[in-house]
Design a protein. Sequence first.
Length: 155
Amino acid sequence: MRILVPGCGSGYEVRAFAERGHDVLGIDFSDAALENARRNLGRLADRVRKADFFSLADDPFDLVYERTFLCALPRRAWPDWGRGVARLVRPGGKLAGFFYLDDNERGPPFGISMEKLHELLDGAFLEEEHEPIPAEQSVPVLAGHEVWQVWKRRL
């Protein structure tokens, strides 16, 4: 399976997918994050590269994995994110991960409502899974507001 991890940070998810045999690419625009990821990934360091999610020109992926990327983006960038993820997931592929559902006005992290998430994704995706994450299993700053979701790219 070909997987994209945008905003890969320390590379934790890149390692997890690679060690399970997936063809994974982690991208970030931060040199410091990429340096940290490469150090953490060791022999898997070639799985990350500097790239801008919004202009990434790769062929579509089977899966785009979401974890704290969307909630780090300013709200004005969300429509571009929706179009970008639709472009980067192949028809029949998946967008899956953890989404921060909150109506907070301040950020980051910037919480999103389910209504807004559906507004961004419904044209290209169909929601397949939705499961709240217990607070103790969440990133502390997002505790109590994260959900696991899987969205299938429409054909």
